[in-house]
Design a protein around this ligand. Structure first.
Ligand SMILES: Cc1cc2nc3c(=O)[nH]c(=O)nc-3n(C[C@H](O)[C@H](O)[C@H](O)COP(=O)(O)OP(=O)(O)OC[C@H]3O[C@@H](n4cnc5c(N)ncnc54)[C@H](O)[C@@H]3O)c2cc1C
Length: 566
């Protein structure tokens, strides 16, 4: 039985911050907390944190012109005049993504990558028509989902062309078909997380892809960046749940089959996952869906140290434990989470008793918090046994629920930190279990050293945290978050130095340059090392076949160079 329908609910761009995270109306509860800022200043070895507000849009000049009139009229004819927009807000919103590097540039008023216009197509035919027109007129096209890329994936770069436009897919947000018999759903690529889940859950189904950017990112962006949601241990990453896709290219539509399996040569959907908008524009995708689970429990465990927690996660992953999430914070992340949670709270006798118990269990010095998400009693029981075997203390559901409640709020804190001269950035990688310990130690040390070299004053320091966020039978993903005082006279150079140090340590220690965030512009210096020269040639050949003029998303995923111009 096929069930059709389920209209999406696109996000109104005017209600989202153009130079920060999330809803413009959202008030970050931490911004006014003096106790937080005093504590943070002392953690970072700074006498005080200075106010460092972002520049308002009204003050800024938008460099580069709007579209020439004939181009504008041609696009109006394709997509409708109301769907070709070039206000300052639209162009600024689509200039960059949401990485730390992007935010530094946006907040400083650097809008040099603002596209000349933003086109909001209403369907696949319009996408094909825009691409054919842009290829003919040699206009760069940057596919844009939610714009939450954190690797420079949506920078409005023109490449060798005079003009770039952003192709914002958010108006293409319909659920096309839910096939409950096959356990698949087909939706337009611009549908965002809440709209997709709402339509699926109305039929008792879920995709289970919940990245931290869930509210604002889109199905097309998840696939194009090969993303991983928080529950990836159960539901898989985008490359796992993608069944089929339609990819609009300047040469026409590439449709991949939706067979459950096929030996008819390489699977074309594998070219779509991770294609980052350089091969084509995903207009719709068919994905594997599952019944909404009857149980949904988040639970905390405290391990005595990172190695014992890592061993428990590894054992669970290798045993096929089935937990939806096993998120293990290292000692520094655990310390900061606990210190942050305790701010402004009075310590009671019960807290002291709990501390004494943890000490007794050997969890006092460098404890590590694991949050598990369990959707069936079997995986919960089996993980509880593994945790006991590795000496963990069961913190019950209170710790898990606290994490679940705040998981979408933390990105707002990044803007408040930036307002106080504090930087916060992330890098992530993955490797095999045999290499994880060395990869962790080397990357952490490299980030720490680079922060110490670039802090604005002697004695200042950063905080480097890490967690295992996604695990597999053969290895795991490490996600590092680091908080540091910004070098206000050169914060982009500071970021570049820290990012380079981290990336070099990752590559030298057998990690991938990205587990789930993609390549974009930011990881280009390391992609050839990972794929090899021949691998890059293969990707270039695919691009040349699908996008011979090279108009799609210039400067992302593939490093500049041979064969044509090398
Ligand atoms: C606070 C925060 C938390 C995050 N948490 C996670 C997380 O938990 N897991 C995770 O995986 N990622 C995470 N990300 C990164 C980001 O949200 C993901 O990469 C996401 O998949 C991007 O989706 P998007 O719709 O915003 O795509 P965009 O940022 O708009 O685009 C991403 C890339 O895909 C291309 N693209 C977009 N749509 C299409 C399309 N229809 N066809 C072809 N190409 C397209 C773009 O050109 C670009 O190269 C986070 C980002 C932020 C800012």
């Amino acid at each position: 039985m096929l069930i059709r329908g389920g209209a999406g609910m696109g996000v109104d761009r005017a209600k989202i911050r153009w130079n920060g995270w999330g809803w413009a109306a959202h008030k970050d509860e931490f911004a006014q907390r003096d106790d937080l800022w005093k504590w943070l200043a002392s953690e970072l070895g700074m006498p005080a944190l200075l106010a460092t507000p972002a520049r308002p849009l009204e003050e800024l000049e938008l460099p580069g012109g709007k579209l020439p009139l004939p181009d504008r009229e041609a696009l109006n004819a394709i997509a409708g005049a109301e769907n070709v927009r070039d206000s300052a807000y639209e162009r600024a919103f689509h200039a960059l993504g949401r990485s730390y590097h992007d935010l530094l540039r946006l907040r400083a008023g650097d809008l040099s990558t603002a596209p000349a216009a933003v086109v909001y197509p209403r369907g696949a035919d319009e996408v094909l028509a825009v691409l054919a027109f842009a290829a003919r007129e040699r206009i760069a096209v940057v596919p844009f989902g939610g714009g939450t890329s954190v690797v420079g994936g949506v920078t409005g770069a023109r490449g060798p062309f005079q003009t770039a436009i952003a192709l914002d897919l958010s108006a293409m947000d319909r659920m096309i078909e839910v096939d409950a018999v096959s356990g698949t759903a087909t939706a337009e690529a611009g549908i965002n997380g809440p709209a997709l889940e709402k339509a699926l859950q109305a039929k008792g189904l879920t995709l289970g892809h919940i990245p931290q950017s869930f509210e604002f990112s889109t199905l097309g962006g998840w696939i194009a960046h090969r993303g991983a949601g928080q529950l990836s241990n159960r539901y898989g990453c985008a490359g796992d749940w993608l069944v089929a896709a339609k990819l609009a290219t300047p040469r026409g539509m590439l449709s991949t089959g939706d067979f459950p399996a096929s030996a008819a040569g390489p699977h074309l959907a594998d070219l779509v996952a991770g294609s980052e908008g350089i091969f084509g524009v995903i207009t719709e995708a068919t994905v594997r869906v599952r019944p909404v689970p009857a149980m949904n429990e988040y639970r905390g465990y405290l391990f005595r140290d990172f190695p014992s927690g890592t061993a428990a996660v590894r054992t669970a992953a290798r045993d096929g434990n089935g937990a939806a999430m096993l998120r293990l914070a290292d000692a520094e992340e655990t310390r900061l989470l606990r210190a942050f949670g305790a701010l402004g709270k009075v310590r009671r006798a019960a807290d002291k008793l709990a501390d004494a118990y943890l000490k007794l269990r050997g969890c006092a010095d460098r404890p590590c918090l694991l949050i598990g998400a369990f959707e069936d009693p079997v995986s919960r029981r089996s993980f509880a046994a593994i945790a006991r075997r590795f000496g963990a203390v069961d913190l019950s559901t209170a710790a898990g629920e606290r994490w679940r409640r705040t998981r979408f709020q933390l990105p707002y804190l990044r803007d408040s930190l930036l307002d106080r001269g504090v930087g916060v950035a992330k890098v992530e990688t993955a490797s095999s279990w045999a290499k994880i310990d060395a990869l962790y130690a080397a990357t952490r040390a490299a980030i720490d050293a680079a922060i110490r070299e670039t802090v604005p004053r002697e004695g200042a320091r950063g905080m480097v945290m890490c967690h295992i966020g996604h695990s597999y039978p053969t290895g795991a993903c490490l996600g590092f978050t680091f908080v540091f005082p910004r070098a206000l006279d050169g914060d982009i150079a500071q970021w570049s130095k820290i990012k380079t140090a981290a990336s070099e340590a990752i590559v030298a220690n057998g990690g991938t340059i990205s587990h789930h965030l993609g390549v974009g512009e930011d990881h280009l210096p390391w992609i050839a090392q990972e794929k090899g020269a021949l691998g890059i040639d293969v990707l270039r050949a695919i691009k040349a076949a699908l996008d011979p003029e090279g108009i799609l998303n210039p400067g992302k995923l593939l490093p500049p160079g041979p064969p044509e111009d090398g």
